[in-house]
Design a protein around this ligand. Structure first.
Ligand code: CTP
Ligand code: CA
Length: 222
């Protein structure tokens, strides 16, 4: 019933959303991850679908139920997400990368549980692929690419650099230090950054933020 309340202004648009945290295995029982809840990406998938878009959600492990009217593809690691996203990127008119992707993974994955020994130990890490950067370098004509940026300092400067460096059309910048913003909660405070400048939004629910992001994308793609 709720679906009726939305104008179908995104009908005919194919939207690929990523959400949640990746998990980078260290051994069969341990992994490296982050605090992403997946709520922002899931809200984007849900609202896009309610506005009539065809939606694929590539998701890391989260506690969230799959949104109605969207296909969910579950992944674990940054490498899995890279594969799932690049297999579907040609298809998409709009790609929104809300996932919190690990920048590094353990350089070796032990097939057995690692036993403790010395008082100190260190873990060798290697870089993962930058999925958004790859998508920006391989963007097809007419495709809109929206990334996120999580910052704790110099929000505008850092996020604007990501817009350029990754050849994105928009960056949704989150300041983790603002009350009501960030990982866990149901609200967010974001700044939308495009080549035309930055627009700070007020505190809203993540579903309302999703609506504002999608409005801006639809305005940009005309
Ligand atoms: N991202 C990605 N692949 C990665 C790392 C990040 O696609 N391996 C994407 C995220 O999904 C997000 C954007 O890049 O849309 C920015 O992520 P963020 O962590 O804020 O920036 P980084 O470029 O990773 O830079 P840093 O963590 O050093 O600030
Ligand atoms: Ca990062």
């Amino acid at each position: 019933l709720m679906a009726c309340a939305f104008e179908k202004d995104m009908a005919g648009k194919r939207v690929l959303v990523t959400a949640g945290a990746t998990q980078e295995a260290l051994d069969p029982v341990r992994y490296i991850t982050n605090h992403s809840s997946g709520k922002m990406g899931y809200s984007l998938a849900k609202i896009s679908a309610l506005r009539g878009a065809e939606v694929v959600l590539v998701s890391g492990h989260t506690a969230l139920a799959a949104p109605l009217f969207a296909e969910r593809v579950s992944v674990t690691s940054a490498e899995d997400m890279f594969q799932a996203v690049t297999e579907r990127s040609e298809w998409a008119d709009i790609i929104i990368k809300a996932a919190a992707v690990a920048d590094y993974r353990p350089a070796t994955v032990s097939s057995e549980k690692i036993k403790k020994s010395d008082d100190q130990m260190s873990i060798g890490l290697e870089r993962t692929q930058d999925i958004l950067g790859y998508l920006g370098a391989h963007k097809r004509d007419g495709q809109f690419l929206c990334g996120f940026a999580m910052e704790t300092q110099d929000l505008l400067e850092n996020a604007s650099q990501k817009l350029k460096k990754k050849n994105a059309d928009m960056i949704v910048a989150n300041n983790l230090k603002v009350t009501g913003a960030g990982f866990a909660g149901d609200t967010n405070v974001v700044t939308l950054i495009t080549e035309n400048g930055a627009e700070e939004q007020e505190l809203m629910s993540k579903e309302e933020v999703a609506g504002v992001i999608l409005d801006k994308i639809m305005e940009k793609i005309g």
